[in-house]
Ligand binder design. Structure first.
Ligand code: HAM
Length: 435
């Protein structure tokens, strides 16, 4: 057996239904807020991310699946979607085609990280981006939408965290303030942080090394160094968030691990996820479109980890149980049983049937394993009388129904009303999350 690559996963029956449900909610919410779907390639030029995500980020420095293709071009599997979305916005002049460029995308991303629960090497993101709007009302709307998405998925105990990292005007002063505040303590930081202090001091806030935490906690806050324009943008964003009824916490440590952010940054954390607790994260990136060769347009968005959303969703979203399992007894019943299955399926019901010539006991055992809501038995007796024996697997009751009525009955016309909640399969195939 050749196993799957570490950090990658098959999504199996029993779990896929939760994904489908999550994707349905995602599409519904995106539609309500006016977003249109786009799909971009999973493979791009390496320089798109070097320039876009940023040379000083862990993603570009350590985590990209980058290689030279057979034509000698440096390419990479995408580690995130934002630079691709910017590229597509510029390449297709989307602002000439869409009144407001609000786009979303769903698909796999690749980062060579150390796998653990909630962190994989191939994972999936919902990515949401808006171009050309600098109004703080949009920052608040995007955060409110992210919170609405989490709520619509039934995820409770989530926390919205926001911050502002300023702009090209005010951030250099903040960077200098960080270095000054570090002073002699810089020598006590971990090696990564000392390197960060030299290259991009904001990255120090990303550090998870325990001995660095007291030093990082005592550092100045970005929001105390905002220029007037960034200050009023942040106040307008948080003011509207309050008016929209979104509960949030301001955290000065939320600088995010990517280089392109300006002004607003935010994350939504899930209470039940463990160490990898960010359900989604994003922010404003007003200089990125231009940096990637496009016009000077504002940008803002977020990405949600689909694996984490699915992990955090409540139980009870397993696959729908099949409506019927047909048991055919004897040679004469076999063909009528297949016709019955066809008719049920044409009526939009899920009908399963056994194959091969197996005993009633063996067929019933299989029916049981499928969790079918009804077992339909066709034997010599039933054939002779033009009936089907219908066993309701929820109540245990058994009735005989005319062959011509059985489809309509199962579709809900005559049989006792089906339970309000559709029955769910009893034994979905589980998945071990850790690696
Ligand atoms: P990010 O914070 O790198 O941001 O990723 C966004 C989300 O993707 C995370 O909050 C997490 O849920 C999920 N995620 C990231 N890495 C992994 C992983 N290795 N395994 C599982 N899930 C993961 C971005 O990617 C930005 N492009 C977001 C953005 C869009 N900002 C503006 N627009």
């Amino acid at each position: 057996m050749i196993p799957a690559i570490r950090g990658t996963h098959d999504i199996l029956p029993g779990e896929i239904e939760r994904w489908q449900q999550a994707e349905q909610v995602v599409r519904d919410i995106c539609g309500r807020y006016g977003y249109r779907e786009i799909r971009t390639p999973v493979i791009e030029r390496e320089e798109l991310f070097a320039k876009g995500t940023g040379e000083t980020t862990d993603i570009v420095q350590k985590e990209m699946y980058a290689f030279q293709d057979k034509g000698g071009e440096r390419v990479t599997l995408r580690p995130e979607a934002t630079p691709s979305m910017v590229r597509a916005f510029v390449e297709h002049a989307l602002e000439q085609h869409l009144p407001t460029v609000k786009i979303f995308s769903l698909g796999p991303m690749f980062r060579y990280e150390r796998p653990q629960k909630g962190r994989y090497r191939q994972f999936h993101q919902l990515d949401v981006e808006v171009f050309g709007v600098s109004d703080a009302a949009l920052d608040a709307e995007v955060i409110e939408m992210a919170a609405a998405l989490v709520e619509a998925l039934g995820i409770e105990d989530a926390e919205v965290v926001v911050n502002s990292v300023g702009c090209a005007e005010c951030r250099p002063a903040f960077g200098r303030a960080l270095v000054t505040a570090l002073g002699d303590r810089e020598a006590d930081l971990c090696g990564d942080c000392r390197r960060r202090a030299a290259v991009n001091p904001l990255r120090i806030f990303d550090c998870k090394v325990p001995s660095c935490q007291p030093i990082v906690d005592a550092l100045p806050h970005a929001t105390d160094y905002l220029c007037d324009a960034c200050r009023s943008h942040f106040d307008a964003t948080t003011g509207l968030l309050e008016a929209l009824g979104v509960a949030f916490r301001v955290s000065h440590r939320l600088v995010r691990g990517l280089d392109y952010y300006t002004r607003t940054t935010f994350e939504i954390l899930g209470g039940r996820l463990g160490a990898q607790n960010a359900l989604l994260g994003g922010g404003r990136y007003d200089g990125l479109v231009r940096r990637l060769g496009g016009p000077d347009r504002a940008g803002i968005g977020f990405a949600a980890g689909m694996e984490r959303l699915v992990l955090a969703m409540p139980d009870g979203s397993g696959p729908r149980a099949p409506d019927a399992f047909i048991v055919a007894l004897g040679d004469a019943a076999r063909q009528p049983a297949h016709l019955l299955a066809r008719d049920l399926r044409r009526a939009a019901l899920t009908a399963l049937i056994d194959y091969g010539d197996r005993s009633m006991k063996a067929q019933l055992r299989r029916a049981n394993r499928t969790s079918a809501r009804h077992v339909l038995i066709l034997g010599d007796d039933e054939l002779a009388q033009g009936h089907v024996t219908v066993k309701d697997m929820t109540s245990g009751g058994e009735t005989r129904v005319g062959r011509d009525d059985v489809v309509r009955n199962l579709a809900g016309d005559l049989l006792p009303a089906s339970p309000e909640q559709p029955a769910r399969m009893r034994r979905p195939i589980g998945r071990d999350d850790g690696d």
